[in-house]
Every structure is written in C-alpha cells, then in structure tokens.
Design a protein around this ligand. Structure first.
Ligand SMILES: *Cc1c(COP(=O)(O)O)cnc(C)c1O
Length: 217
C-alpha cells in the first residue's frame, strides 16, 4: 500500500475532532513529501536535530510536532519553529522551553507527558504530579508556554483490555484537569497498534507512524 492510500484509509475512519500526527521519524524527506502531496500537514519526529533538518528542507506550512523524549540542550534547535511539544516529562524541560520561547519571542504549545504504562522505561509525570501542577497553578510560571493538554503511551502489550484501561485513566485525569479550569484541548494518545482503543477512550490526537510509512529499521 502506498503512503497516500494508507493515509486516506486512516483518515476516513477519524471523526472530525480527532487529528492525525503522521510520525515520520527515521523516514526520508521523500516520504514526507508523498504524505504532504496527499494533504497531510502535521508531522511528528522524536529527535530534535532530525526534525530541524527536515524543517529546513520542506514546505513551511508543515506543523512539526516533537513527540519524543527531550534533551534540554537541544531545545534551542526547535524553538524557532516547533508547533507542539508532546513529550514534556519534567519541570526542567518546561524551564528550558520557556527560556528558548522567550528568546525567540514566541509562545510554544506543549503537552505534559503522563506515565500510564507498566514499563519503567517510559517517561512522564505521575498522575499526582499533574494534579499538584494544576492545583498549584504552576503553569503561571511559564508565560511563553501554552500547556494545551496531556500525552501518554500505553504499555507494549497485546492485552487490549489493559491498554484501554490505561487510556481510560489518562482521559479521567485529563477531564479532571479540564474541570479545574486548565483550558486543556488536546489529549494525545494512540499509535499504529492501539489508536482505535485510544479514540474509544477519548483521544483527540493520534500519533501514527509505521501504519502510514511502513515499519522502521
Ligand atoms: C514512534 C512513536 C509513535 C508512532 O509509532 P508507530 O507505532 O510507528 O505508529 C507514536 N508516539 C511516539 C511517542 C513515538 O515515539
């Protein structure tokens, strides 16, 4: 199946409120161009320098999302152009994002990553850290950041019930944040293997790579 066909078959399953981030990490610029020709404008990368190189080469109406773990010393390379940073998993990242956003005279949008999986290898804040962050209105310390919502990755397992229950927990936390007046609008959850479960639990942004571009090496 071509990139175009794959994109169309995923997109036609999505309700209008669910947006698709095409995850192009490790894939060549030509693949991104094919998706761009098919109408896709939002792409996700997990390495800041790779994303910056692709940004330089590709049309400027592409929205670049940083979905991976963030090294704070690299934030300066994406601060001029990044549209949404999904993987904010510690206060140090917010502090450096704030500094670089200010330098670039921008407001940078980001999501707080929540650790919902059973594996310890996945990054993110705990639910109680998120609750404390909202209660203490900690976002007021970051005037050049707009914290737009939450992001999470489910466990790597075939057990669909477990995956659904992890997504459900994240949706519950997201709803709680909204009830506290946080102005959240993005709940980023779901990848190639689990996006139907994520959407069923209330995701409004899915990050799909291999299903569009084929498997990675
Ligand atoms: C790689 C990656 C994806 C996409 O994974 P696929 O299984 O290829 O769809 C989504 N989210 C994050 C955070 C990733 O690192």
């Amino acid at each position: 199946m071509s990139i175009l066909n794959q994109l169309h078959s995923i997109k036609k399953q999505l309700a209008p409120h669910v947006s698709l981030v095409a995850v192009s990490k490790t894939k060549p610029v030509a693949d991104i161009e094919a998706a761009y020709q098919a109408g896709q404008r939002v792409f996700g990368e997990n390495k800041i320098q790779e994303m910056a190189q692709k940004w330089e080469q590709l049309p400027k109406d592409i929205e670049w999302h940083m979905i991976g773990h963030i090294q704070t010393n690299k934030i300066k390379y994406m601060a001029p152009f990044v549209s949404l940073v999904h993987g904010v998993d510690r206060i140090k990242v917010l502090t450096e994002l704030q500094k670089q956003a200010e330098k670039n005279n921008r407001v940078i949008s980001c999501l707080l990553q929540v650790h919902i999986a059973t594996e310890e290898t996945k990054f993110g804040f705990s639910a109680s850290e998120i609750e404390a962050f909202i209660r203490e209105k900690s976002f007021e310390n970051f005037s050049n950041l707009q914290i737009k919502g939450l992001m999470g990755m489910a466990s790597f397992t075939k057990d669909k019930r477990q995956i659904s229950s992890e997504f459900k927990g994240l949706k519950k936390l997201y709803d709680w944040c909204c009830s506290q007046g946080s102005n959240f609008e993005v709940l980023s959850m779901g990848m190639s293997g689990d996006y139907p479960e994520a959407i069923a639990q209330g995701s409004n942004m899915i990050r799909v790579g291999s299903l569009i571009f084929g498997s990675r090496n």
